[in-house]
Ligand binder design. Structure first.
Ligand code: ADP
Length: 392
């Protein structure tokens, strides 16, 4: 069964075509700068650069690529039986993979105010795919869904009930990734009652406590700005800072958002969000880079401590996403001085590049520390397949 996975952003579209159940990636690529003067369609070294006005034109380019006999991918569009869409915000509504219907689209629309940057783009992707692949089943996979198991004591904020009733609570994000890597970790641990902390460290970053396979707490909240220090986002911050910026520094809410979302985090501390550059400067003795890395690692340690305390222990720690999979320096800084929790890594094992899941924990350490490359697209393909098969 061929399943197309789409991740639609406001000006981009990432895609992967899978042959399931083999989980074989037939093709993957992306379209960038949709709506801008020159857009780009890219599959490996096949690149088309031209004006791509809309997501619909982007998908048409993809279809033309797929149907091109030289690429030997599909003969007709109908071969694509399922299109799986990543949807960032599913609110309280969506706790599992969902077949897209008019009602579902209306609900995704209602959630625009909670995810103004993402959900509108996700909906455009869905509507365009319905248009272009009319015979395929469209499935929504929600980034918040995995976190819907977080119990009330961990998802409610201590503010008046009326705000909770109107939907102000912790939702959490990166759920597809946390679910994928924590399931892998649970499989490797070979036990069902498990206490896992997964660290998704990409440009956006979050930590999740996974208790017995279910999300129990996570570092992001109502929106994706708090928790860990990220590439351009501040992470946890005292609320009074926001009031001070607005009331005493005469900034508008949009200006404050811009600062906390785009100009904070590693960008504020080290003038770039690319950790590779920061590491290079650190090794050359740059003190700003050293402080930035220390603060970054410290913000992660805080959540490891918190989650271990909340779950009453920890069996495994998982590093994933761009930084987690590639930076042995961050893995070293995060795990150092944590023997008291049973976390101890083997410096040699930590240096091997991550090709697949691997164990970097020291011999006899109580806690397993794994590097598990995330695969959100494969997770979306699998969840979509399971749903479509279950309804026959
Ligand atoms: P996104 O959230 O955009 O999907 P990724 O998961 O691709 O992000 O992670 C991007 C981050 O990973 C960047 O900050 C980048 O610097 C970092 N990164 C990628 N490769 C390395 C590396 N070899 N060493 C350190 N950091 C890396």
């Amino acid at each position: 069964m061929k399943i197309l996975v789409l991740n639609s952003g406001s000006s981009s579209l990432k895609f992967q075509l899978f042959e399931m159940p083999q989980k074989k990636v037939l093709v993957k690529g992306l379209v960038e700068r949709i709506g801008e003067q020159t857009g780009k369609f890219k599959v490996k070294d096949y690149v088309v650069e031209e004006h791509i006005p809309t997501h619909k034109e982007a998908l048409k380019l993809l279809v033309a690529y797929l149907l091109n006999p030289a690429h030997r991918l599909i003969k007709t569009k109908d071969e694509i039986k399922v299109v799986g869409h990543r949807v960032v915000h599913g609110g309280d509504e969506f706790v599992a993979p969902t077949i897209i219907t008019e009602k579902v689209k209306a609900k995704i629309k209602q959630l625009f105010s909670l995810a103004p940057l993402h959900n509108p783009a996700n909906l455009i992707g869905i509507e365009t795919a319905e248009d272009i692949f009319p015979t395929a089943k469209q499935v929504g996979i929600f980034d918040t869904a995995f976190h819907q198991t977080i119990p009330v004591q961990n998802h409610r904020y201590a503010i008046p009930e009326e705000f909770y009733q109107s939907g102000i609570r912790k939702y959490g994000f990166h759920g597809i990734s946390h679910q994928y890597v924590s399931r892998e970790a649970q499989r490797l641990l070979k036990k069902n009652d498990s206490k896992i902390i997964s660290l998704h460290l990409g440009n956006g970053a979050s930590a999740t406590a996974v208790l017995n396979g279910k999300s129990f707490d996570t570092s992001m909240g109502f929106g994706p700005m708090n928790g860990l220090i990220m590439g351009t986002r501040s992470g946890d911050l005292d609320q009074s800072v926001v009031f001070y910026m607005m009331d005493k520094m005469n900034m508008t809410s949009a200006e404050v958002q811009q600062i906390l979302n785009k100009k904070s985090g590693m960008t504020a501390l080290a003038q770039t969000n690319d950790l590779r550059d920061i590491e290079e400067r650190f090794f050359q003795g740059d003190r700003k880079a050293a402080l930035a890395l220390e603060m970054y690692a410290q913000s992660i340690k805080k959540y490891i401590g918190q989650f271990a305390a909340e779950m009453g222990g920890i069996d495994a720690l998982v590093f994933t996403a761009g930084v987690g999979e590639n930076s042995n320096l961050i893995r070293k800084l995060v795990t150092q001085n944590m023997k008291f929790l049973g976390i101890e890594i083997d410096a040699k094992k930590n240096k091997i590049p991550a090709a697949h899941d691997y164990d970097i924990s020291a011999k006899n350490a109580k806690v397993k520390v794994w590097v598990i490359p995330t695969n959100e697209e494969q997770e979306i393909a699998e969840q979509s397949k399971e749903l479509v098969e279950s309804i026959g």
